[in-house]
Design a protein around this ligand. Structure first.
Ligand SMILES: Cc1cc2nc3c(=O)[nH]c(=O)nc-3n(C[C@H](O)[C@H](O)[C@H](O)COP(=O)(O)OP(=O)(O)OC[C@H]3O[C@@H](n4cnc5c(N)ncnc54)[C@H](O)[C@@H]3O)c2cc1C
Length: 338
């Protein structure tokens, strides 16, 4: 008999979702977390968008992932706050269409199966939203959502702290010792270890690629309400009246340096008079753990050692489902052994 069923390494979005799932199911676990390591989740914009990219492709498995995530985050809210609510807020996302060709392409695509319920095309009628160059119309989706990810992590962390389930320490691979049917870490024993260490995970090889993103928070934007506006980049109205703009997508870059090129890229589609009025309030950069095929890594590394990684640009929608998947894999293995 081990002291705990699970040791979770890392408390980013993935670690927090896994810990919340286990906690709601009365499993025994500890989370090991360091505040000094890189945490992509703390840098995230928090968007959940069912159609992404230039060609507005449907997000992988969105019909499963989105309802699962929405339900999961509301259950975690209830678990922590003991009342109805949700860490996610529903947000309409408007993608700017810049030419008649783009409008026609989308109109044709929206007749496809699965697309018509998600996308609607609309001419712009709100002058406050005329912030982009060559704006023709909007492709609108009402299935989008946003989460303030740092707030989610903070609430989960406080909850774990009050239950004594989080250990603040740097994880070193040498401290993990294999024992019969499990692992020992600094004197405590665990049936399973799940690595949720993001880009610094020692067990995921070259399939994991760093992709840096620079984010900028501005005041001085026109007030167009709560809709999220998109070109290649997004503009998210925040609770404090500012607008969050991002993000760059810099492949194979691991640093956190903010540069002029990033600022220029993020604002490049804005009309000159909009750009002139902007005041930069805050800026930061983070590194996304991404895979080449854009699919998550949810796998067994060796007996009783598992890993979830590669959330890429979709941590908010993927992490709850990935956490559930790893639990399913572990339970199936245990049942097969008995
Ligand atoms: C600029 C930017 C914008 C983004 N915007 C979005 C968005 O709008 N929507 C979306 O869905 N996703 C977005 N993402 C992606 C999302 O943030 C990631 O996919 C997701 O956060 C990855 O979560 P994770 O838990 O796997 O990794 P991380 O969040 O990196 O978590 C890893 C955790 O492990 C801890 N850790 C690492 N090493 C150690 C160690 N040795 N000891 C102890 N602890 C350790 C770290 O402190 C960290 O807390 C964005 C990312 C960036 C950088």
């Amino acid at each position: 008999m081990k002291d705990f069923q699970f040791l979770i390494l890392g408390h980013g979005l993935v670690g927090a979702c896994l810990a919340s799932n286990l906690s709601m199911n009365n499993e025994t676990f500890r989370v090991l977390h360091s505040e000094d390591k890189h945490c992509a989740s703390e840098k995230a914009a928090g968007l959940m968008n069912p159609v992404t990219g230039r060609r507005m492709a449907l997000t992988w498995n969105h019909e499963i992932l989105f309802p699962f995530a929405k339900n999961f985050y509301s259950k975690v809210w209830m678990h922590i706050h003991k009342e109805d609510g949700n860490f996610l807020s529903k947000r309409t996302i408007r993608k700017a269409l810049h030419s008649i060709e783009e409008v026609n392409f989308l109109a044709a695509k929206s007749a496809w199966n699965g697309y018509s319920e998600l996308i609607e095309i609309e001419e712009n009628t709100n002058p406050q939203m005329e912030i982009f160059n060559k704006l023709q119309s909007w492709a609108i989706t009402n299935d989008g959502a946003r989460m303030n990810v740092p707030n989610f992590l903070f609430a989960c962390r406080k909850n774990l702290e009050s239950a004594g389930k989080i250990i603040l320490a740097d994880f070193e691979i040498e401290d993990l010792r294999k024992i019969k049917n499990g692992w020992e870490w600094k004197g405590s024993t665990f049936e399973n270890v799940v690595s949720c260490l993001g880009i610094d995970c020692p067990w995921v090889g070259p399939e994991l690629k760093p992709v840096k993103g620079q984010m900028y928070e501005f005041s001085g934007m026109p007030d167009w309400g709560q809709d999220i506006l998109k070109t290649d980049k997004f503009m998210i109205p925040l609770e404090n009246g500012n607008v969050l703009a991002g993000s760059t997508y810099e492949r194979d870059v691991r640093n956190h340096i903010l540069d002029e090129a990033g600022l220029e890229e993020v604002t490049s589609d804005l009309l000159p008079h909009i750009k002139q009025n902007l005041k930069l309030e805050k800026a930061w950069a983070g590194v996304r753990p991404t895979t080449l095929d854009r699919l998550p890594v949810i796998k067994k590394i060796e007996d009783n050692l598992f890993c979830i990684n590669g959330m890429g640009t979709k941590g908010v929608s993927l992490a709850p489902w990935a956490a559930q998947e790893i639990i399913r894999i572990i339970k199936e293995e245990q049942e097969a052994k008995h």
